[in-house]
Design a protein around this ligand. Structure first.
Ligand SMILES: [Zn+2]
Length: 77
């Protein structure tokens, strides 16, 4: 009978500085159903501008924001 030996290694996630950061916003305003209009992925400044313009055009004020980055996993020392 063989026994596998698993060494427990702890890992940490660090943000990859070469990875592009992205934001997206989806309009969740609406009484019965969400508006659902989506900005797509863009940088933070553009995402804020997109939301402001959507609010100006529609009166909608509530959004679900998503932030994306890249992470590198390395063993903890
Ligand atoms: Zn909307």
């Amino acid at each position: 009978m063989t026994r596998a030996l698993y060494r427990f290694v702890e890992y940490k996630a660090v943000q990859d500085p070469t990875g592009e950061l992205s934001w997206s916003a989806v309009c969740v305003s609406g009484d019965e159903a969400d508006c659902g209009e989506s900005s797509g992925e863009m940088d933070e400044e553009k995402a804020v501008r997109w939301m402001a313009e959507h609010t100006r055009d529609t009166g909608h004020t509530r959004f679900r924001r998503t932030f994306g980055d890249y992470a590198i996993i390395t063993p903890k020392e």
